[in-house]
Write a protein that binds this ligand. Sequence first.
Ligand SMILES: *[C@@H]1O[C@H](CO)[C@@H](O)[C@H](O)[C@H]1NC(C)=O
Ligand SMILES: *[C@@H]1O[C@H](CO)[C@@H](O)[C@H](O)[C@H]1NC(C)=O
Ligand SMILES: *[C@@H]1O[C@H](CO)[C@@H](O)[C@H](O)[C@H]1NC(C)=O
Ligand SMILES: *[C@@H]1O[C@H](CO)[C@@H](O)[C@H](O)[C@H]1NC(C)=O
Ligand SMILES: *[C@@H]1O[C@H](CO)[C@@H](O)[C@H](O)[C@H]1NC(C)=O
Ligand SMILES: *[C@@H]1O[C@H](CO)[C@@H](O)[C@H](O)[C@H]1NC(C)=O
Ligand SMILES: *[C@@H]1O[C@H](CO)[C@@H](O)[C@H](O)[C@H]1NC(C)=O
Ligand SMILES: *[C@@H]1O[C@H](CO)[C@@H](O)[C@H](O)[C@H]1NC(C)=O
Length: 824
Amino acid sequence: MGTIFFILVHPYLLFLSSKVSFAPDSINTSQFISEANTLVSKDGNFELGFFSPSSSNNRYLGIWYKNIPVKTIVWVANRLNPINDSGLLMINSSTGSVVVMSQNKSVVWSTSPQRQAKNPVLKLLDSGNLVLTVTDEKDEKSRISLWESFDYPTDTLLPGMKLGWDLKKGVNRLLTAWKKPDDPSPGDFTDGILEMGIHSYPEAYIWKGNKKFFRTGPWNGLRFSGSPDLNPNPVYNYSFVSNEDEVYYTYTLKDKSLISRAVLNQTTHTRDRYTWIEAEKVWKVYSTRPRDYCDSYGLCGANGNCVFTASPVCQCLKAFKPKSPELWSVMEWSQGCVRNKPLSCHTDGFVKSVNLKLPDTTYSWVNKSMSLEECRVKCLNNCTCMAYTNSDISGGGSGCAIWFGDLMDIRQFPAGGQDLYIRMSASELLEEKHGPKIKIAVLVAAALAVVSGIFLVGFYICRIRTNFKVKKKPNGIICHQNNEGQKEDLELPFLDLSTIVRATDNFAHNKKLGEGGFGPVYKGILEDGQEIAIKRLSRSSGQGLNEFKNEVILIAKLQHRNLVKLVACCIQGEEKMLVYEYMPNKSLDSFIFDQTKSKLLDWSLRFNIICGIARGLQYLHQDSRLRIIHRDLKASNVLLDSEMNPKISDFGAARTFGGDQSEGNTNRVFGTYGYMAPEYAFDGQFSTKSDVFSFGILLLEIISGKKSRGFFHPNHNHNLIGYAWILWNEGKPLELTDECLGQSSTLSEVLRCIHISLLCVQQRPEDRPSMSSVIVMLGSESALPQPKQPGFFLEKDSNEVHCFSSKQESSSTNEITITLLEAR
Ligand SMILES: *[C@@H]1O[C@H](CO)[C@@H](O)[C@H](O)[C@H]1NC(C)=O
Ligand SMILES: *[C@@H]1O[C@H](CO)[C@@H](O)[C@H](O)[C@H]1NC(C)=O
Ligand SMILES: *[C@@H]1O[C@H](CO)[C@@H](O)[C@H](O)[C@H]1NC(C)=O
Ligand SMILES: *[C@@H]1O[C@H](CO)[C@@H](O)[C@H](O)[C@H]1NC(C)=O
Ligand SMILES: *[C@@H]1O[C@H](CO)[C@@H](O)[C@H](O)[C@H]1NC(C)=O
Ligand SMILES: *[C@@H]1O[C@H](CO)[C@@H](O)[C@H](O)[C@H]1NC(C)=O
Ligand SMILES: *[C@@H]1O[C@H](CO)[C@@H](O)[C@H](O)[C@H]1NC(C)=O
Ligand SMILES: *[C@@H]1O[C@H](CO)[C@@H](O)[C@H](O)[C@H]1NC(C)=O
């Protein structure tokens, strides 16, 4: 009897008899969703129904994008309890809950029961949110929401969803990865805002099991502290809300026609943002967290600092030392660092560290209205307080955040990080303060000694300079350099002239490797067999003592595998020489512009060279404490070692800046035609972006095998940039590719490199990407912005720039570094 009654009223049968063919966007208590029908949001973008993941027969109720051919599930209801036959979704009006059941009527999933619900309706909104609403008992005309799927995310964060807490409802919205591609049950990888942190300085974490895996860093008013690269972008708006009722992160798409989602991935252990590329019908990764090794939670242990570009990456914070030097030295950093000197509480002070990702805020405290000075006092007065800073850096900085106990999971960025004031004992502070001054004094004294030494010796040598039988100077001149940031001075060995004369057979013609911007380069062999390259600065070169010292000081400090290494120097009278490691494969131009040798450089080698140059340049621009602008990047200044690794050389024109300065102006323009950015060549304005321009040109040359200067196309009058730009706009950029690359090239990589090169040579410096963005672009598959019009500098008929002081025209190359004097 009961069964018959059930059959009579059961909506399943009602539905079968009515055979509704259109897809509604909502159901009420007399309707339901079965295997035969779905709900579709009004705008047609999302669909709800039963599905089976790829290779599984289990049935799940889920929501996916309706309009894209790649089935992409964004939400799953019964992820814990799959159905093995066929499913049914309905609203139980007596309990006011939404239930999913299997054919045998067992409930596999349900929202929590409510009081008697009046006219409940379950609706799939355009946002992809599935919402259960009922008539408000107090106001018959309005409806209130009882439940929504956005409060119970699975692995996907859709636009408009909130990641974090609704403190009133007591709901914490976390992402949890699917266990496997065909199993939506929860993996052990989760993403969200830690409960403990809600009331202090909130931040989001990704956990692996119960261990922190990645930390975003606290929201600093502009972005998460650990994402200096999170900037306003064309794709989405993001915001973070933290008040008494709610603490969450959310984002919205700027263009409603875009499709983008963030998803947590158990396989790759990443949270990836994808955007749908309609033209190619694929999802492309837009960004990924964690990004690199230093994003691994707590990699360097307590009070450690991860510096991605350093080797090894882990360092102790200022005034800290490894807790276990033995373990630390074998790169086992988990023990972290301890103080050099104990604190004494009230006499302590603070030292400022810059460009950091702020430490884990689990043990922190925040007051949004305190000033930085009040913050310092607050921290100083509590002996367990270890650090403080502004809690909000928008609008110049405000609010107070303080940390108790060990400082965890700090990393240092080349730029864009935050200041942190770290507690330090008074004696340690004294050293910090006076240390640099003492060092500077030593440096100045050393420089003076060198300069006066040079003049004396120069005077002496004037009379005997024609042959090199110079008396050995008793260790007279030493290239004495203060190594950036380190206590001990870096001593650059000094080779005396006679040694160099022997090594090069008295500068024999057959030992000459080529002609650099400021003089010839010779190969030499020292008595111990070591091969060296000697750059002998010609007296008539533009390079005076200043440039020479510049180059020595710069290169001695630079340590990077994509920069050529200076091994010694020699200053004797008017002879100034730099001794480098020898690069058996000479320079890049000798390969790419040579018909036979270019065949040896297949695409993977070229790509490796491109990435190496980019890394070397990034190091110059951002990672050494001084910003260095090379100003003369070109194929002949890129040397290749025995394994064809590129090394940037020739720093004679380089300029340095303090960390926050990034451009300058000069009335002596160094550089090479065909590589110079327009604003530099015309106005003498150089910046890291003028190097980026040169890099873009170099990239085009490596791809095309054609020289930027002297490029000639029979059909039109354009230079290499112009030609690349035309091909790009005609939709056939790959025609630029060097013919000899043939089959070896990975087209997507080549295309990407052409795209990046056009971004680098854009007319306006501010449009060009930084070298670190270039590296990200080279390494990822995310969508790139469209390039704007390039700087068409030096077309065929505009060679009207005056050229001075470049007397030594070499027959082998017309790529001489020129010096332009700005007309006043
Ligand atoms: C449910 O919706 C259908 C179609 O809109 C309507 O005909 C029916 O009366 C509704 N049932 C209830 C119980 O509200
Ligand atoms: C009914 O189906 C569910 C899910 O398919 C299953 O877990 C349950 O064991 C089934 N019950 C019976 C009595 O078959
Ligand atoms: C579903 O699961 C139940 C219990 O495990 C089992 O009795 C039933 O045979 C299964 N049905 C199918 C179609 O596999
Ligand atoms: C609604 O839920 C109640 C309580 O769980 C249950 O007794 C009843 O059978 C359900 N109604 C339907 C139509 O499934
Ligand atoms: C996104 O941000 C821009 C600029 O801040 C604003 O004009 C726009 O209304 C925002 N869009 C959304 C959907 O919030
Ligand atoms: C996780 O990453 C792998 C490898 O990139 C990819 O095949 C898979 O589709 C991703 N899973 C999700 C849920 O995006
Ligand atoms: C925050 O700081 C302000 C200004 O110093 C003070 O008036 C206020 O009481 C503080 N709030 C808390 C919760 O400490
Ligand atoms: C210092 O801060 C800790 C942590 O908030 C707190 O427990 C302790 O009472 C504070 N001590 C003083 C002297 O304010």
